[in-house]
Design a protein around this ligand. Sequence first.
Ligand code: ADP
Ligand code: MG
Length: 728
Amino acid sequence: MSTIRFKAIKETFGRKPLGVTSDGKRSALYGTSVFNEMVMRQVLSKEAFNSVMSAIEGGGNIDRKLADEIAAAMKNWALSKGATHYTHWFQPLTGATAEKHDAFFEPINNSQAVEKFGGDQLVQQEPDASSFPHGGIRNTFEARGYTAWDPTSPAFVYGTTLCIPTVFVSYTGEALDNKAPLLRALQAIDGAATEVARYFDKSVTKVYATLGWEQEYFLIDKVLASSRPDIVLAGRTLLGHSPAKGQQLDDHYFGSIPDRVLSFMRELENECVKLGIPVKTRHNEVAPNQFELAPLFEEANLSVDHNSLLMDLMDKIADKHNFKVLFHEKPFAGINGSGKHNNWSLATNNGVNLLSPGTTPTKNLQFLTFFINTIKAVHDNEALLRASVASVSNDHRLGANEAPPAIVSVFIGSQLTKVLDELEDVSKGKLSPQEKTDLKLNVVGKIPEILLDNTDRNRTSSFAFTGNKFEFRAVGSKSNCAKPMTVLNTIVAKQLQEFKKEVDGLIDKKGLKKDEAVFNVLREYIKSSKKIRFEGDGYSAAWEKEAEKRGLSNKKTTPEALKASVSKKAVDLFEEMGVMNSVEIRARHEIELEEYALKVQIEGRVLGDIAKNHVIPTAIRYQNTLIENVKGLKEVFGSDFKKLAPEQLDLIEEISNHISEINSNVNFMVEERKKANKLEKVELKAEAYCEKVLPYFAKIRYHCDKLELLVDDSLWPLTKYRELLFTR
Ligand code: ADP
Ligand code: MG
């Protein structure tokens, strides 16, 4: 039994890093696998090029004839890169990416063949979509789904396949994926933010949401990982005693990167750069064998695609380097988990970051406008934002002894707090000349200076302002950024629309000057959104109490948190903003709950199997050797044996107790699973899994982990934490 574990450790021991080829200048590799603007300029007619560019900028349609031309050029380019197949690349609601490859190759008779790819294949495809989750949408409408080209995210060659980023929608128009609602939310924020930005700069015609994610992950030796059924089937460990040394010495964070890991990272970065993913930062994270990778920020839709592509790429390259990547938010108990901070901002077509203070009072009033509106949007929709990052695996982080908490709050730092405090005192209606000068010189005018030395950082806040962007830290390492980005951009878009209405009202009806109107509305927002702002320790019990007093939600489990996503308020908001209709919203909710229940079910089965088929038999074997030992002592020493074997006797009893606890708890868990499975309504099923099944995990684990400490190491069947976490 344990031979598996020892063979695995032996095989791993002293593994050498793999060499990395093609380690030339990164800049020369950048985007070489992408059908980007530069390539299009070279291979497309002016007309075709312009039509793609205007589709990118304005979301317009591409003419059928031009689509044929673009497809032909794309095919030739892809063939020159070694591609043999093409695929519509999309993001179904499983959160992963999906692809179905078709060959360019097509026989024209029985002796001749050609490479074929036309406008039809580029623009629209009909994948056999029946086994993607659809939350009843396709059943309700008895419609099939199709994928449609998203020209705003460039096609790329991945391996030997031309990948065309697409949305996935039903024939009745409902989104069956994560990208379609995101694109609609980005359109909403573009419209709303452009109008507001034009208060300050008339030359603004478009606003882009920008996203820079920071991907955290664990790298575990492949053979060791595959020796653990829980890692193989659930992506995390379901049991395992903490090692003597964990992360308490803080010696891993920013430490030197192990050679084998570095060789993986170098190859990964090379591939990323070719695919146009602008990777920039890499470092060790807090926990042993935990790392982080972050690119430069990009337009949000492209950035989301790049993160999905990256996760796929990481799996593949890790495998080559004999590693397994764990994206799970909490793969090891007692050790830091992984997140995916989403750094978010808004940028104009002129390249101005709207959340960056400038050097003039106008620039700073613009900054304050977007800054305060974002805070207000988060304030009004904190529960919905929390719901956007809810998942069974992220529940192990949010609200479960790990930063950030399940409570959404906004951190802005002491300096900006002071600015908002001063703005709160701006008088109502028209401003006196003195007040105007004061605001210009002492409040708004001082912002760039104060931000430059604004060094306070709060790591426990879920939504923090970090100088020129907000950082949403509650996003899980495994999740698709499209979900939180869809919600964030929708709520800010809605808020900016409200703002515009109110400011215009004050200008038109009360005769205020634009700046006065802006100050007046912002003042009210500062007051009415105060309760979302928190500068203290988001980790403390005191904050939980305080947040409750403030009326902020604190939903620690996915089934609870997800309720906000189907509230009347949420449905009205998404419908009004044209991001999702109620059918799409409910379908998503159903899929998420179903996924929750299924994942807990799988974990429960795996845990039951390990406990009953691996742990208990091993414990019995060890107990038998103890019994043999006691018997022998009795034979040799007669009635004196008890004095010589007190430890053994205690151990025999202790082992029996743990075995019986494990056994009965596994049985209880199985009973609860059976009951949960009988529930028809998915809400009830997810709740039952959460409240009735999941609590047994900790009980079963406790006794298994105790046995791990008692049983002879050479018999223990499962690769231990110290082996998983400290083998490099
Ligand atoms: P840290 O948060 O660790 O201090 P940085 O401030 O350098 O690190 O930025 C972290 C991430 O924020 C990077 O991925 C970066 O690309 C992203 N980022 C920086 N500016 C913006 C922006 N305007 N919009 C979106 N993301 C941004
Ligand atoms: Mg960060």
